[in-house]
Design a protein around this ligand. Sequence first.
Ligand SMILES: Cc1cc2nc3c(=O)[nH]c(=O)nc-3n(C[C@H](O)[C@H](O)[C@H](O)COP(=O)(O)O)c2cc1C
Length: 284
Amino acid sequence: MSDSAHMSNDSPGKGSPQNEKDSIKNVLVVALSVCLVCAVIVSAAAVLLKSQRLANKELDRNKNILIAAGLFEQGVTLEEEIVSLFGKFEIRVIDLEEQRLLSDSEVEQAGIDVLKYDQRKAAKNPELSIELSSAEDIASINRRARYSIVYLLRKDGKLDRIVLPIHGYGLWSTLYGFIALRGDGNTVSGITFYEQQETAGLGGEVDNPAWKALWPGKQIYDADHKVALKVIKGTVDKRSPNAKHQVDGLSGATITSRGVQNLIRYWLGDSAFGPVLLGLSGRG
Ligand SMILES: Cc1cc2nc3c(=O)[nH]c(=O)nc-3n(C[C@H](O)[C@H](O)[C@H](O)COP(=O)(O)O)c2cc1C
């Protein structure tokens, strides 16, 4: 048998059913159908799981508040345990424009549901926020919401913990977190960052438990109630009289470290939570 006769037996000729199956039209139809089916599955999953996703986000935020406050015991993983621990907090609203805590009726008048209020979203809404001047904007956040949530924990009737949301720019990203203070409104009880996109191993070390463990016991304010806390380059000299106001910088990540210092200076300073903390601690 000749070679050409062999070829015509093995490969289907033009117009054969096999050739039609491999046509560009068929390939495109199949590819588009697969894309369509996948898009429908992904969209349906996103819609169906939205409430679960939001619930998980809220749970994670509450867990971070507990961590900052030093109330999160290692091994607590059950949702009910986190909910029950978090339930001990009083959720209040601070009016940053008037620099005072609002009463429950004022919160209602302002139309705020403390469990649903989204401060990050509010900061983007011109009606619910203000633009910061470059002199004021030391944390590089551009805008600030008028209202902020604050979490208070009382023990035997006395204020024991004050947890405040904080955010500010590092090197690559805005870092979102919480700082918890003791009832004196001055001593740090913990800090957490639940969202940031700094480089893992460099600025991303803000989330390293070993670095966060350097914060408890540090004092935010000096005798004149000015923010004295600094994230210094290098290691704190424990014998220095300023050691109580200093935290070790992140090695190789001075820019992120400076970002953390700036966001502390802004949020705990006179134009944000500073005056309210003075009032809450009874020193005002
Ligand atoms: C790829 C890359 C990623 C970096 N990521 C960070 C970062 O997340 N945070 C930071 O402060 N510095 C980061 N740096 C280093 C900064 O450019 C800068 O050198 C550093 O902040 C200086 O800190 P040091 O004085 O402690 O070395 C990064 C550098 C490179 C090359």
